[in-house]
Design a binder for this molecule. Structure first.
Ligand code: NAI
Ligand code: ENO
Length: 365
């Protein structure tokens, strides 16, 4: 039986586990993570067949090893793997958002004759962690493969294993990959975070400030909610190409600033016309079969009774939910209930309804 080890059971690791499980029920899935809470969740929800915290032991018996931690962890994992005795036919792959440093870290392993295939699904979310994992996360998304010198049979084997992701495969070199994502993914995450931080500073003394933000601000800054550990690792691992793109972006900002200062109407209009034309041809935001999640978090005094009460109230108001679960279970203390909806309008109607019934909304996103 094929044994697949996934190291890092967060958003991406968990989603891959679910997609592999759907297409290949007989595959033996082993999940490894440093966080006990993540391992417990994986065990309780049977996301994998076996859970471990011992990466090296699990790696030595695996047929496929998928590295799904932050990029800094992936490079460290590759160094560790080079010190172990692995199965000779093992395929090592990763999901990291950068590829040059990852494949550089894979060299000692490749020099031992181990097959390494770089990978990167171009789908994900600003949400992190195992609880955000979903089998259809990657549906219709591009999935970069960096096979290098890996035999075609191994590439086909990996693609067959991941067939349940329903991705579109794209073979690239590490440099092509890092150039593409520096502009398409890494720069936008920096821009979003910088805009949020600069706005926060601007309104530091204003009582309403950021709370007045409308849809435009929220949609351009959604990805600023992404995980800081993951993004620190990405920036450090694609530094040169990212700083190059940042400079080009600052130059572009300088040009529009100059056009405004000079009241250059044609130039300003051209700025927006060019962007509109390009953006209008970009297609829908969500490529997969399901829309994004919209969450409501509420304090609940008695978890068991509250789930029933909340679902009953929502059903009576004909507000459909996608999922509901308790995030914190502590004796004698309030719990937090996460209720997930298919769209923001339903979530906001549900929030109003539950608030009217004296539930305290602690967060919505
Ligand atoms: N979030 C996204 O949208 C996408 C992320 N990626 C890449 O996928 C990788 C994983 O990202 P996410 O799943 O989003 O992050 P995540 O934060 O949801 O999950 C990372 C998991 O790795 C675990 N981990 C951290 N250090 C570890 C270690 N030393 N050993 C074992 N487990 C460890 C964490 O406990 C966590 O469960 C990153 O390399 C990221 O660059 C790729 C495509 C999309
Ligand atoms: O949430 C979003 O829109 C993303 O951009 C997700 C994402 C994050 C990191 C990647 O390497 C690829 C995709």
């Amino acid at each position: 039986m094929t044994q697949v080890l996934i190291n890092g059971l967060g958003l991406i690791g968990c989603s891959l586990a679910l997609a592999i499980r759907q297409a290949h029920p007989a595959v033996q899935l082993v999940g490894c993570d440093v966080q006990a809470v993540t391992r417990d969740y994986a065990r309780q929800h049977q996301i994998v067949d076996e859970v471990t915290s011992d990466f090296s032991a699990a790696a030595s018996t695996a047929d496929v090893i998928i590295l799904a931690g932050p990029v800094s962890v992936i490079t460290a994992n590759l160094a560790t793997l080079a010190t172990l005795t692995l199965k000779p036919q093992v395929i090592v792959t990763d999901v990291g958002s950068t590829k040059q440093t990852v494949l550089q870290a894979a060299r000692p392993l490749q020099q031992q004759g181990i097959t390494v295939i770089g990978g990167h699904p171009m789908a994900g979310s600003h949400k992190a962690g195992i609880q955000a994992g979903r089998a259809d996360l990657f549906e219709n998304a591009y999935y970069f493969l960096v096979p290098g010198l890996a035999p075609q049979a191994a590439v086909t084997q990996l693609q067959t294993l991941l067939v349940g992701t329903h991705v579109k495969w794209l073979t690239v070199t590490p440099m092509q990959h890092d150039r593409l994502v520096a502009q398409l993914s890494h720069l936008p995450h920096i821009v979003a975070a910088a805009l949020v931080n600069q706005t926060q500073t601007t309104f530091a003394d204003s009582p309403l400030g950021l709370r007045l933000a409308a849809g435009g601000f929220k949609s351009i800054t959604r990805i600023a909610s992404a995980d800081p550990t993951m993004w620190t690792a990405i920036l450090l691992n694609n530094a040169t190409l990212i700083t190059n793109r940042l400079q080009a972006y600052q130059d572009a900002l300088g040009q529009i600033q100059a056009a405004i200062e000079q009241q250059d109407v044609p130039q300003i209009k051209q700025f927006f016309t060019a962007a509109k034309t390009t953006r209008d041809h970009l297609g829908p935001e969500r490529l997969g079969s399901l829309p994004n999640f919209f969450d409501l978090f509420l304090n609940v005094p008695d978890q068991v009774g509250s789930i029933a009460d909340v679902t009953q109230r929502l059903a009576q108001a004909k507000l459909s939910l996608v999922n509901i679960h308790i995030l914190e279970i502590r004796e004698e203390v309030d719990g937090v209930l996460q209720v997930t909806f298919a769209n923001a309008a339903t979530r906001d109607q549900a929030a109003a309804l539950l608030q009217a019934a004296d539930y305290q909304i602690v967060r919505r996103d």
